[in-house]
Design a protein around this ligand. Sequence first.
Ligand SMILES: [Fe+2]
Ligand SMILES: [Fe+2]
Length: 277
Amino acid sequence: MTVITSASRMPAGLNLEVRNIKFELSEQLSKDWLDNDPFKTAFFNALSMSFPAGERFFIDSVRHYQDEVKDPKLKKEMSRFFGQEGMHSREHRKYNQELCDLRGYSREKMEGRTEKLIRRGEKKMPRKAQLAATCGVEHLTAVLADKILNGWMLSDVAPQIRSLWQWHSAEELEHKSVAFDVYIDVGGNYKARKLTMRLFTINFLFDLLANTTYMLRQDEKLWKWSTLKSGFEFLFAKGGVLREMRADYLKYFTPDFHPWDDDNRHLLESWHAPKTA
Ligand SMILES: [Fe+2]
Ligand SMILES: [Fe+2]
């Protein structure tokens, strides 16, 4: 008897949708839009700065294996993954440009920092390790997306900017297994997956904090007691980013991990997609 197995382990019935959505954010980006808190706002703005280069890298590392993947279901998911990440990249580039125009930051400096980090990885790492790194960062974004859709941190921010972060989060959840399933299908192993996750987590965190402190310094808010206190609490306290994400982050380090072990489709069902352009 022949057993037909699919390389895609995305739950049946979940269809990736590429939503062409445009956001108008200038009013919110001109101020400290997250709880009127300079540190938290700068941290999320720094996340946005990392996306254009990061998402270009995710797309390239998966696209490299396009011909090797034979499963039609996974092939279709890959093409939707490229579409979704492409839209995220477009909207975050616009976000970043507007933010820098309004607040006098250098977009080239901040996006360039991530670009440099990624170029270094592309130069030094074999293709499969690059794909492993993409799986790791996709897990990180999926964990963050789960928190955001659960109401963590952004529930009280102005509707337009909340809508952008929720849209990005929902699509990160939808496509969270695509790079991973490609990695397994092309023979990726556990050891490289573990190693690249460790490497990228550290580099990514430094990249984020470097851009966060750059923006705070530009605003002359870095060395204020209130900023340092808020930064410490945001990073390390209960309800802060590291403690909030830790348990789900660590699940990635089990040998039989799969992104859909955590079935959070209910978050997608309760999310309302904004109108497409
Ligand atoms: Fe994305
Ligand atoms: Fe993604």
